[in-house]
Design a protein around this ligand. Structure first.
Ligand SMILES: NC(=O)C1=CN([C@@H]2O[C@H](COP(=O)(O)OP(=O)(O)OC[C@H]3O[C@@H](n4cnc5c(N)ncnc54)[C@H](O)[C@@H]3O)[C@@H](O)[C@H]2O)C=CC1
Ligand SMILES: O=C(O)C(=O)CO
Length: 386
């Protein structure tokens, strides 16, 4: 078993042993735990992705709770080890929890926390940034400048796509998808088409009201449409952004056939999870359709890219940084710590995980509740009455 070589300890005499598998931004999350009698151990191993063996060694013989990362494989082995060590609390420092086997956690009565809400706008802003970068060929143009190739303005230099009046397509109009849609509709006066299993009523109302505002001011109103199939979105939209969760229903949602249904000059953005897109098919599509552009924050085999992707000029690629604003990352750490603390202290679960603001206010103590536990019902946790 690999031995963790490097641990930072806070409040060594604390009663509850809480492990964070990575250093996380800010110090509030540490303070919130140590103030409540937790001994906090932060793994400072240099390897970016911890193996199951690394984490087993961290858990050891006694552990009350773990804050983990989306890069880790939280399944039967780790949950049984945590349970043997007396722990019943785990939280991902992420909203997505496709790296967690929730059934296995249920089996051992371990609560699984996640961090919704605090990263909605930050992630949507990165999706909007990638949309613009792809539409206006910003990365290609930047490389051109740095290479000293610019020798004067030309009518045909780096001509891209105008967004105004075009159609933005959103697949998965939940928290992040809806925030992105609003940015693109309001910011660039794009029309919206979306596909989700559920109706996005608030989003529809927003676009309707904004359309009325534009009309009243003598401008072309924006419109919205809820598509009855994903293919309708792919065929009609000029910019398509993917925001569903990753599960069996969304694995390779975008494949060779679906790519071929999209417009030849469309832009595809993925800030959800890599396996939502068949990346091999995407590379082939980019090769034969030079006007098709893509903006990717996530990859099928992270941290690797499929062969050929790095050579594609029509791809903008960034290393899974969509939630990487200081406020959001500190907030994610706080929510993850409070999920673990809440379970350890026997607090109820916050009744509305979409409203996590009360936990993020630095000037007042957080509510005595776990902000978001995804398997609360399955393991019989009660909901907060607050
Ligand atoms: N790149 C990054 O750094 C980040 C990525 N994410 C990813 O974004 C995902 C979404 O996050 P939220 O918006 O907060 O979650 P959410 O639960 O509010 O939204 C997900 C939406 O996807 C829809 N959906 C589920 N299955 C679908 C299907 N088969 N077809 C169409 N729609 C489907 C759901 O109905 C829901 O409206 C996370 O699960 C995570 O994987 C989240 C934050 C940052
Ligand atoms: O929260 C998530 O799901 C991420 O991907 C990282 O912010």
């Amino acid at each position: 078993m690999a031995k963790p070589v490097s641990i930072e300890v806070w409040n060594p005499s604390g009663k509850y042993r809480v492990i964070s598998t990575k250093p996380m931004p800010g110090t509030r999350w540490i303070r919130l735990l140590t103030d409540q009698d937790c001994r906090v151990e932060i793994c400072t191993l240099k390897n970016t992705i911890l193996s199951v063996e690394d984490i087993l060694a961290l858990i050891g013989d006694r552990c009350d709770g773990v804050i983990g990362q989306l890069t880790e494989d939280w399944g039967e082995v780790l949950f049984s080890a945590l349970s043997r060590a007396g722990g019943r609390a785990f939280s991902n420092m992420a909203v997505g929890y496709n790296n967690v086997d929730v059934e296995a956690a249920n089996k051992y009565g371990v609560a699984v926390g996640n961090t919704p809400g605090v990263l909605t706008e930050t992630t949507a802003e990165l999706a909007a940034s990638l949309s613009l970068a792809a539409a206006r060929r910003i990365v290609e143009a930047d490389e051109f400048m740095r290479a000293g190739l610019y020798d004067g303005w030309l009518p045909n230099l780096f001509v891209g796509n105008l967004l105004k009046g075009q159609t933005v397509g959103v697949i998965g109009a939940g928290r992040i998808g809806s925030a992105y849609a609003r940015m693109m509709v309001e910011g660039f006066k794009m029309n919206l088409i979306y596909y989700d299993l559920y109706q996005a009523t608030r989003l529809e109302k927003f676009v309707t009201a904004y359309g009325q505002f534009l009309k009243a001011n003598g401008e072309q109103p924006v419109t919205w449409k809820r598509a009855s199939s994903m293919d309708e979105v792919l065929q009609e939209a000029d910019v398509i952004s993917l925001h569903p969760i990753l599960d069996k229903t969304t694995y390779h949602l975008i494949n060779k056939e679906r790519l071929s249904n999209m417009k030849k000059e469309a832009i595809l953005i993925n800030c959800s999870r890599g396996p939502v897109v068949d990346e091999v098919a995407l590379v082939e599509h980019l090769k034969v359709n030079p006007m098709f552009r893509v903006g990717l924050d996530v990859f099928e085999d992270e941290p690797h890219m499929k062969p050929g992707l790095a050579d594609m000029k029509n791809a903008v690629v960034v290393p899974h940084i969509a939630s990487a604003s200081k406020w959001t990352r500190e907030g994610m750490a706080t929510l993850a710590a409070l999920n673990v603390l809440g379970k350890i202290k026997g607090y109820p679960v916050w009744s509305n995980p979409n409203n996590v603001e009360p936990f993020l206010n630095e000037n007042s103590p957080p509510p005595a509740a776990s902000p978001s536990i995804v398997n609360a019902k399955a393991i019989g946790l009660t909901a907060s009455k607050l």
